[in-house]
Ligand binder design. Structure first.
Ligand code: SF4
Ligand code: SF4
Length: 378
């Protein structure tokens, strides 16, 4: 039976954490080798990940160094960045070349929501990918989805040909009114679609939970990581085909594969612990940003939105009122990016945010936290 853990290629190891293109090839090779050696096969990349470099990185680390039958590769087509329907063919061929493959095992229409669905209809994207499947260039066609359960129902009803759907499912978004993970899951099940889970750890935030929550988890499983609870939660759901984990270090691969090699669904007591942990985290997270960075490409002020939110969340969780390492990082980032207070309220970012976050309002909070603060001189 295929193992339910996929290697997400959106947060690969970097040589320079401020440069998404600076993928650490040696480190990535070791991660890919370890993942395959432990019997896992599913890799998930996309045209736009790592400033358009993730697919090439996977060609070098995976495709060129391993037999084609030993892995499955998923990638995605983002209609938002295309100017015409004809560009779909160009990008698709470019993706085959960038990945160094003759076919994709899984191919997804990327990030379907109200706006991108309109565009996909305009470009006839679903027919385009169906043609590629007929030509043998794609084995399984799907979509990744970030919008309401009502729209998911509409799209799945209109496209029964889709082989699977990729959804954001994690315990913190399960009943989150902005994301509605539970209802989206139920819609996918109603349509009988196998589910690939993305963001099981909510952009890594569920790998680092508040101390109070961690204590609850450790009391039950002293050696299990917080991430293991989040990934097992998603993998325990019926109909889930694989759970993607965006791994950035060999340690993540070794940890994830250790408990997913012989996967056990959560038991009732573990579910009760997750419920309590959810309550603690909800009290504690200021801005539920996943770090996907979709918002940043169009920002005229080059504001490091996701990094600022991550720092803001950490600052809000910090137990020490003295030295703030978050402020150090913030000031460093602000040397090469706009500060939070430089936002001109143009709303570009909010249109791109799959989490529907009120980014401009929250940047005002970030500005208040950091923009006028200074580091102690001694
Ligand atoms: S609203 Fe602010 S953060 Fe968003 S894109 Fe415009 S300037 Fe950038
Ligand atoms: S603000 Fe939204 S789009 Fe930007 S990184 Fe966070 S979740 Fe992604």
């Amino acid at each position: 039976m295929p193992k339910k853990l996929g290697f997400g290629c959106m947060r690969l190891p970097l040589l320079d954490k401020n440069d998404q293109k600076s993928i650490d090839t040696d480190h990535l090779n070791a991660m890919v080798d370890a993942f395959l050696a432990r019997g896992f096969t599913y890799f998930d990349t996309a045209y736009v990940y790592h400033a358009f470099k993730s697919e090439e990185a996977m060609r070098e680390a995976l495709v060129k160094r391993h037999k084609r039958e030993d892995f499955t590769l998923a990638t995605k087509l983002l209609t938002r960045i295309l100017k015409s329907a004809a560009e779909q063919e160009t990008v698709f061929n470019e993706q085959l070349a960038k990945c160094g493959v003759e076919y994709f095992d899984y191919y997804l229409v990327h990030n379907i929501g109200a706006g991108s669905y309109r565009q996909a209809r305009e470009f006839d994207t679903f027919a385009f990918v169906a043609d590629k499947k007929r030509e043998g260039r794609i084995k399984h066609v799907g979509m990744s989805f970030h919008d309401t359960p009502e729209l998911l129902d509409e799209v799945l009803a209109a496209h029964p040909e889709l082989d699977f759907v990729q959804l954001q499912l994690n315990y913190i978004d399960w009943d989150n009114p902005g994301i509605q993970s539970r209802r989206c899951y139920e819609i996918a099940r109603k349509h009988g679609k196998p589910i690939v889970v993305m963001e099981p750890c909510k952009g890594g935030s569920l790998a680092l939970v508040p101390e109070k929550a961690e204590k609850l988890m450790k009391a039950y499983h002293p050696d299990a990581s917080a991430a293991s609870w989040a990934i097992r939660f998603a993998a325990s759901l019926e109909g889930v085909m694989t759970v993607l984990s965006g791994m950035s270090a060999l340690g993540h691969v070794l940890d994830n594969t250790s408990y997913m090699a012989d996967f056990r669904p959560l038991n009732e007591e573990e579910h009760r612990i997750i419920d309590r942990v959810t309550g603690i985290i909800n009290e504690d997270t200021a801005v539920p940003c996943t770090g996907c960075r979709y918002c940043e490409a169009g920002c005229p002020k080059k504001i490091a939105i996701s990094d600022y939110f991550a720092l803001y969340n950490s600052a809000k969780r910090a137990t020490s009122a003295n030295f703030s390492s978050q402020l150090v990082y913030y000031l460093n980032l602000a040397l090469t990016h706009g500060k939070a207070g430089d936002c001109i309220d143009c709303q570009q970012c909010e249109k791109a945010c799959p989490q529907h976050l009120p980014i401009t309002g929250r940047l005002k909070d970030v500005a208040q936290q950091f923009d006028n603060a200074s580091l102690p001189t001694r």
